[in-house]
Design a protein around this ligand. Structure first.
Ligand code: HBI
Ligand code: FE
Length: 296
């Protein structure tokens, strides 16, 4: 028998909030969710869906519906897995919290997406410093139904496993790539800029900020630029990177990263808020839509 799934969260210590890592793979303890757990799902689901119409990539919203993710109750991993396996060969596995990097990469390389089994409490609806079930399921899972995006996630995991031989700087660069694409990415669609990053999709405030606020930079995707750009985890992003298509992500990730790591060891990292002369900057024109100043 498996042990009882634990709820592994950051610890408050005299050094501040410290992440705790866990490696167990567990069965989703669905029958143990309380009425409050389901109510938190319902409230967050409704709130985000309302906000994300016209903000999220239309494919994300359509796929969420097609998978049967709805507001009524916390979805069952088993049910989502039937659709995922058939479509892209991915499966969800239950985990207790943050995984060590190598463990995380190995799961992705084998098309297993780790989903935290527990959901946040009503007292902390708006901000958590670690993934919970709402972030993982609502934010990450729908795009795993897209074959190109799913291949990117696998390639990322494989790259992560290889990067372990290259030392901490290579790992930091790969983490930035995940951060600025999978978690906080924007996509330039025919209808305008849209959200596809799960860290935005699961956050009310950031869903608004990333598109509506004049403060952040929105810069065209550039692999090496991203791998040099530092980020903050405790505020809204100062910069979002914009892809033209999921194919662009996959194509950028296909080459061997070894020469890139070698080249970047000589380049300084960049602060999150800086704009370079070579950046393709997106801005709101006088009309409604977004335009790309740099590359007309
Ligand atoms: N573990 N469960 C979980 N979910 C994540 O998104 C995650 C992780 N461990 C490490 C990690 N992300 C990051 O280091 C990424 O850089 C890859
Ligand atoms: Fe995430």
């Amino acid at each position: 028998m498996n042990a009882q799934p634990r709820r592994v969260e950051h610890l408050q210590t005299d050094k501040g909030s410290v992440p705790v890592y866990t490696t167990a793979v567990i069965e989703q303890p669905w029958s143990t969710y309380s009425a409050t757990d389901h109510a938190v799902w319902t409230q967050l689901f409704r709130r985000q869906r309302e906000l994300l119409v016209g903000r999220a990539d239309e494919e994300f919203l359509r796929t969420q519906d097609a998978m049967g993710m709805g507001e009524d109750r916390i979805p069952k991993f088993d049910e989502l897995n039937r659709m995922l396996r058939a479509r892209t060969g991915w499966e969800l596995i239950g985990v207790e919290g943050l995984l060590p990097e190598l463990t995380f990469f190995e799961h992705l390389a084998n098309k297993r997406f780790p989903v935290t089994w527990w959901i946040r409490t009503p007292e902390r609806l708006d901000y958590l410093s670690e993934p919970d079930l709402f972030h993982d399921l609502f934010g990450h899972v729908p795009l795993l139904m897209n074959p190109v995006f799913a291949d990117y996630m696998q390639a990322y995991g494989q790259g992560g496993v290889r990067a372990h031989g290259f030392g901490p700087e290579a790992l930091a660069q790969l983490t930035r790539l995940y951060w600025y694409t999978v978690e906080f990415g924007l996509i330039n669609t025919a209808a305008g800029l849209r959200i596809y990053g799960a860290g935005i999709l699961s956050s009310k405030g950031e869903s608004i900020h990333c598109l509506d606020s004049p403060a952040p930079n929105r810069i065209g995707f550039d692999l090496e630029r991203i791998m040099r750009t530092r980020y903050r985890i405790d505020t809204y992003q100062k910069t979002y990177f914009v892809i033209d298509s999921y194919q662009q992500l996959m194509d950028a990730t296909r080459p061997d990263f070894a020469p890139i790591y070698a080249r970047l060891t000589n380049e300084p990292t960049l602060p999150a808020g800086e704009v370079l002369a070579t950046d393709r900057v997106f801005s709101r024109g006088s009309g409604e839509g977004w335009s790309n100043d740099g590359d007309v």
